[in-house]
Design a protein around this ligand. Structure first.
Ligand code: PLP
Length: 564
């Protein structure tokens, strides 16, 4: 067998529709298109044997139940689970991760640790943050190196308190594929190992048993299946000790007014009626994938990915763009190759003044679908010092003509009209004019009766400072602050204006104070403001730590230096 891209694409009706004759679809990491067989299976369910499952005794209900359990078996085979009882149907990856975070963390002790990477999708971050807060757990992160987690440092990130390791199998923002084969050995046998395979299942066959994974999950819509359905694999012995997440019908064996007995896995985790037509579509999708020569398909996609990167790299030599590439991971480094699931992310060169959102619109006008943003991986874009990126993501139906169309459209952008102003770098997120704090007054702070009240007032002010990730470039970083702070300055009609961003709550409050004192003033006015005296008068100096005081002085110096 081999992989025939044209024949593959032919099976997707969306590309045959007259409206989409010229469409170049390169937003597959957000969602893939569906082949006709998936659509047919869903229509067939509704038009032939629609009924609720596991409950009624009539023929249609039996047919629907048999379909669901058959698809469960297909899903088990898809990831090589030991049995279909290890497959739970969820609404998608997000729901699966919420189920795991809620269930697994309930069994942990305060101070226990959960290890994630700094490149996770928000779906593999926020549920753990919520559980950590609830159960007083600690989150740790595999640090980044060169824009990807430093996998060789994984063993040293696992401590004796680490209970759960939950990692993405591939970055949705940059495309690097996590080296799954060495994961279990790197984290040891005493932790629960979870793999978020959302971005990997469309491109590669994974074997949960060979990889020693405890839980693996993904959303069907990212591998040619319907929306609203995902699969969660759970190793049998892990599922046995996992408490149920949602309560309701179908997940119980007996209910009294006081208490209930829960069903065995997987039904214990499937409260209520599932998205049955979507399960039918998932079954057709798994059959469809099984019908492909997946190794040949993966080779085809790898070559196309390399072509995409090479062409974009060329373009970046001629246009003020940079490719945030993440290639093959080998002995501690990423180099060129196939360990990228088909994603390329472009960012503007610092100072070029082009907004990625404008490029996205430009491509849309050429009927080329890409995505611009931080791709639900905001901590990663902050770490990389980029605001929004333009993400191109491939699937099996893409081809070189798609890449050529993309590159030609990007090359034809009216680059000459892009005016470069260094401070306005990546300004789509940076919001001039600066926030208006004119309704605040220093007396709001001064009149607080005690230091504690003043501190509380300062943290209330901190909440008014909007996050501005686009500012986070080295050029904007204030030297001498223990916590990172970024400041951008501009002068409009003789008035000095500033944007400030920082994660530190105290510094955010102090930033608002500084903006009150210094923002939108002329040079002459600035010369009359004695910030230090005001600071001392507010009584802040003696209560803040030495490093915070130094940080505050560094901010003032930086702002004054920019103004002069
Ligand atoms: N994890 C990763 C790596 C993803 O890319 C996504 C979606 O983009 C998700 C989780 C969440 O998937 P869903 O929105 O289908 O639940």
């Amino acid at each position: 067998m081999s992989f025939d891209n044209a024949a593959f694409k032919q099976q997707f009706p969306l590309f045959q529709h007259p409206e989409n004759a010229a469409l170049v679809y390169l937003d597959n990491a957000a969602t893939t298109q569906r082949p006709q067989c998936v659509i047919d299976a869903m229509v067939d369910f509704y038009s032939r044997f629609n009924a609720n499952t596991h409950r009624s005794s009539h023929r249609l209900a039996r047919q629907a139940t048999a379909m669901v359990e058959r698809v469960r078996g297909q899903a088990a085979a898809f990831v090589n689970a030991a049995g279909s009882d290890e497959i739970i149907f969820t609404r998608g990856a997000t729901e699966a991760l919420n189920l795991l975070a809620a269930g697994l963390c309930a069994n942990l002790q305060p101070g226990d640790e959960i290890l994630l990477s700094a490149a996770e999708h928000h779906a593999n971050l926020v549920p753990w943050q919520m559980a950590a807060e609830r159960y007083q757990l600690k989150l740790r992160f595999v640090p980044l190196a060169n824009g990807a987690p430093a996998w060789e440092r994984l063993p040293e990130c696992v401590s004796e308190r680490t209970r759960i390791v939950s990692l993405t199998a591939a970055s949705n923002a940059l495309g690097f594929a996590t080296p799954l084969a060495g994961l279990r050995a790197a984290v040891g046998n005493d932790v629960v190992l979870i793999v978020d395979a959302s971005q990997r299942l469309a491109h590669e066959t994974l074997d949960v048993q060979a990889l020693g994974i405890d839980f693996l999950l993904g959303s069907a819509h990212k591998f040619y299946g319907p929306t609203g359905i995902g699969l969660l694999y759970g190793r049998r012995r892990q599922l046995q000790s996992l408490p149920p997440w949602q309560g309701g019908g179908e997940m119980i064996t007996r209910v009294t007014l006081e208490s209930s007995d829960y069903a065995e896995a997987p039904h214990r985790f499937e409260a209520g009626t599932s998205s049955l037509a979507a399960i039918a579509g998932l079954g057709a999708c798994l059959e469809f994938l099984q019908g492909q020569d997946r190794a040949a398909m993966q080779r085809y996609e790898s070559h196309l990915c390399r072509y995409l990167h090479t062409e974009l790299q060329q373009l970046c030599l001629q246009r003020p763009l940079r490719l945030l590439t993440a290639f093959r991971y080998n002995e501690g480094r990423y180099s060129e190759g196939r360990d990228n699931v088909g994603i390329a992310a472009l960012a503007p060169m610092p100072g070029c003044g082009v907004a990625m959102a404008d490029l996205g619109h430009w491509l849309d006008e050429h009927d080329i679908a890409v995505r611009v943003g931080h791709h639900c991986a905001e901590p990663l874009s902050v770490e990389l010092g980029v605001g929004a990126t333009l993400r191109v993501s491939l699937a099996g139906y893409n081809n070189r003509a798609d890449v050529d169309a993309l590159v030609a459209a990007l090359a034809s952008y009216p680059w000459d009209e892009v005016s470069a102003t260094a401070a306005d770098v990546e300004r789509e997120d940076a919001v001039w004019p600066a926030e208006d704090f004119s309704s605040l007054s220093l007396s709001d702070l001064r009149d607080q009766g005690s230091w504690q009240k003043r501190y509380r007032q300062l943290t209330r002010w901190a909440g008014l400072l909007q996050p501005k990730p686009a500012l986070r470039l080295d050029a904007n970083r204030v030297p001498g602050c223990e916590s990172p702070v970024w400041i951008v300055h501009r002068c409009v009609e003789g008035r000095h204006q500033y944007l400030i961003d920082t994660d530190s709550r105290v510094l955010q409050g102090l930033a608002v104070l500084l903006l009150l004192l210094l923002n939108d003033r002329t040079g002459a006015e600035l010369a009359t403001v004695d910030v230090e005296a005001q600071f001392a008068e507010l009584g802040l100096e003696k209560y803040l730590s030495e490093s915070r005081n130094n940080g505050f002085r560094a901010l003032v110096d930086f702002m004054r230096a920019r103004a002069s």
